[in-house]
Design a protein around this ligand. Structure first.
Ligand SMILES: *[C@@H]1O[C@H](CO)[C@@H](O)[C@H](O)[C@H]1NC(C)=O
Ligand SMILES: *[C@@H]1O[C@H](CO)[C@@H](O)[C@H](O)[C@H]1NC(C)=O
Ligand SMILES: *[C@@H]1O[C@H](CO)[C@@H](O)[C@H](O)[C@H]1NC(C)=O
Ligand SMILES: *[C@@H]1O[C@H](CO)[C@@H](O)[C@H](O)[C@H]1NC(C)=O
Ligand SMILES: *[C@@H]1O[C@H](CO)[C@@H](O)[C@H](O)[C@H]1NC(C)=O
Ligand SMILES: *[C@@H]1O[C@H](CO)[C@@H](O)[C@H](O)[C@H]1NC(C)=O
Ligand SMILES: *[C@@H]1O[C@H](CO)[C@@H](O)[C@H](O)[C@H]1NC(C)=O
Length: 601
């Protein structure tokens, strides 16, 4: 018997050789944004400017040298492939050639009801003229008050009038508008605003005066109505713009095929339904053309490339941007004076006393930054670097999710100097479940890695993928002992239709219910999506979908609002102006402090 970990080494070796043969297959970053970081210089440029002859909407493609696939394709597919994934050709050339969605095949219908925002944007015409979409530079923030002096605790209302590129007032909504407030001088303070779309080209932002001093109110317009519309339209037509490359192997026979979370694999008449190996979550690959390889011979899959989607030049211009921190040029300056107190709520309860229901309240601001420290509006958080670990005495902390959750693990491992019992990381972008312990505190910590859609995964000897989903881990959680279980699904779902995210969250319900029943010392927390402005992969759905996920989490998990904590990282990351998908350590610490503040015993 080869153990799971041995097998991991074997697979890594195989991949290592593959990587050596094909330099272009070195994806050595954890998440898809960073995968492509090194290929930044090789951005494709639009060649022609007609509607159907434009490049795909992304600047992050791997640039495999696969031009040969455009000629004599039949002689380069199946077992006649070049032998490594980087140069391998597939039956339908969707990466090099423009591919309208109908060429991919016919998808089963999406059963999930459409979100109102999608309904609103369904018929928006593809943008032809960049001047007709919203312009951050020309938009205005208008203070809805005659006085520029406020007192701590006051509500501050601001209207955002969005203009198009020709300076005309827009008369429709669905732009992604963000507003926040920060200190103008003195120590850093920042908080975000709740923004409501009036659907007529104006938005209302509601802020709160939370500290004394001079402040500025600023806004951003990361994605316009037309960009959001195109994202939803692409999502419905293509379901996912990203395909995985799957490796099928038996003895000396090898074949690479395309894989996806959805059951339509372009060019393949026969597909392998590998759903069972992904613990019941949809997972499919093209069936190898070589008849000697069967679906059972699947060994490994990894992120591959994006479909080359036809796009207008104007939309291309929008999507090629890697920096979505697009600031509205107008700002508002105010003065905040102390009211009866200098604190909005001086007699706050301790965060451990805060009802879990309160953490689901999504009205921003839920807190503010006081220098680098996140102050919760509703409660006082006593956790600091010194007492953090004592919150987890006699506790098993299970952190489930992607590389942003791995950051949590790394952070705690670093501060606790815990003893890692799993394999030593040979790379900081480690993809293996990890575990460590601090005997003095009787504390154990696990990073449990998210299943597909993730960066990669292989089939274990048990016949399932190597990453167990949260539902399996919740079902396996013991009925005694103090357990804190954090769950996060986000970034890797941004390349899949949102119905996939809804299904995943829904699937958590029975296991959460049972785990809470079985063990009264199990505490569950949901880590929300976060805002990030920089992406090398504009072809994934945008952070605007992150906002949608916030609503999905709140709606789907409604029965647990009294029982499970919600970590609102969305609000915190907005106030923080978080730039990268992987936030800096000081932000990671505030996330962990938020968690510890609630669960500390
Ligand atoms: C949108 O409606 C609000 C409230 O009715 C109004 O104050 C605002 O001026 C309108 N904006 C535009 C651009 O018409
Ligand atoms: C910010 O933190 C300092 C302590 O570091 C505290 O004295 C001050 O009251 C805090 N300010 C606000 C507005 O919370
Ligand atoms: C794939 O298999 C699963 C069961 O393992 C099944 O529920 C699903 O409908 C199948 N998908 C397709 C497209 O047939
Ligand atoms: C941890 O567990 C041990 C043994 O059950 C117990 O003696 C101790 O008081 C516990 N510590 C805390 C902080 O709960
Ligand atoms: C460690 O914590 C668990 C609860 O999670 C408790 O059952 C056990 O007795 C503790 N062990 C020690 C040595 O304190
Ligand atoms: C570990 O902590 C030290 C300070 O305690 C810090 O300087 C270092 O950057 C941290 N390393 C990581 C990987 O977070
Ligand atoms: C790690 O293990 C060593 C040897 O068993 C032990 O002395 C040390 O206290 C452990 N460290 C932690 C943080 O648990």
């Amino acid at each position: 018997m080869i153990s799971g970990l041995r097998k991991l080494k074997i697979v890594l070796t195989i991949v290592g050789i593959v990587a050596f043969l094909g330099v272009y297959f070195i994806f050595d970053e954890t998440d898809f944004n960073n995968h492509f970081y090194n290929h930044q210089q090789e951005k494709i440029k639009p060649k022609k400017s007609t509607l159907d002859k434009n490049p795909r909407p992304n600047g992050c493609r791997l640039q495999f040298k696969r031009n040969h696939c455009l000629q004599n394709l039949q002689n380069q597919i199946g077992f006649k492939q070049c032998g490594n994934p980087a140069c391998s050709c597939f039956p339908l050339e969707i990466f090099e050639k423009q591919t309208p969605s109908y060429l991919l095949g016919t998808f089963p219908p999406i059963m999930e009801p459409m979100f109102p925002i999608e309904k609103e944007l369904l018929d928006v015409e593809p943008l032809m003229d960049i001047k007709k979409t919203s312009s951050a530079i020309l938009s205005h923030l208008v203070l809805l008050s005659s006085s520029k002096i406020f007192k701590v605790g006051d509500i501050i209302n601001v209207r955002i009038d969005v203009k198009d590129g020709a300076g005309r007032q827009r008369t429709v909504g669905a732009d992604f508008v963000q507003v926040w407030m920060k200190s103008d001088n003195g120590p850093m303070r920042a908080s975000s605003a709740e923004v409501v779309d009036l659907k007529n080209g104006s938005y209302i932002a509601t802020l709160r005066a939370l500290w004394v001093g001079d402040v500025i109110i600023v806004g951003a317009l990361p994605l316009t109505r037309e960009a959001n519309a195109f994202n939803f339209q692409m999502g419905r037509e293509y379901r996912s713009m990203n395909f995985y490359v799957g490796h099928f192997k038996k003895e000396k026979l090898n074949e690479f095929t395309l894989c996806s979370m959805f059951s339509v694999i372009p060019g393949y008449k026969l597909i392998c339904n590998l759903t069972e190996m992904n613990y019941g979550y949809g997972w499919y690959c093209g069936k190898p053309l070589n008849g000697k390889l069967t679906c059972n011979d699947f060994v490994f899959a990894k992120d591959y490339d994006y479909v080359n989607i036809p796009i207008t030049p104007a939309l291309y211009k929008i999507f090629i941007r890697t920096d979505r921190k697009i600031m509205i040029s107008s700002q508002i300056q105010l003065k905040i004076e102390s009211g009866r107190t200098s604190q909005p709520q001086p007699n706050k309860i301790d965060c451990t006393e805060l009802s879990r229901r309160e953490t689901w309240d999504m009205i921003q601001p839920t807190g503010y930054f006081n220098r680098t420290e996140w102050e919760n509006i509703k409660c006082h958080n006593h956790v600091n670097q010194r007492n953090f670990l004592s919150c987890f005495r006699n506790t098993t902390l299970i952190l489930f999710g992607d590389s942003t959750v791995r950051q949590y693990y790394t952070y705690i491992r670093n501060v606790s100097k815990c003893n890692q019992t799993t394999a030593k990381w040979t790379h900081w972008k480690w993809y293996g479940a990890s575990h460590c312990e601090v005997s003095r505190y009787n504390f154990s910590l696990t990073w449990a890695v998210q299943e597909f859609p993730f960066v990669e995964g292989f089939k274990t000897t048990e016949g399932e993928t190597n990453f167990k989903p949260a539902v399996v881990l919740l079902n396996e959680a013991p009925s005694s002992g103090r357990i804190v279980f954090l769950i996060h699904y986000y970034a890797h779902f941004l390349r899949e239709h949102y119905s996939l995210f809804i299904d995943r969250i829904r699937s958590l319900k029975t296991p959460i219910r049972n785990a809470l029943k079985r063990n009264k010392y199990i505490h569950i927390a949901i880590k929300s999506p976060h805002v990030f402005y920089f992406t090398k992969c504009p072809a994934q759905f945008s952070i605007f979908h992150g906002k949608l996920y916030m609503d999905i989490l709140k709606r789907e998990l409604v029965e647990f609002h009294d029982k499970v904590w919600f970590l609102n990282i969305w609000d915190m990351s907005t106030a923080f102006e978080n730039y990268y998908i992987h936030p800096p350590n000081e932000f990671v610490w505030q996330n962990l402090r938020l968690l510890a503040g609630y669960v500390c015993n």
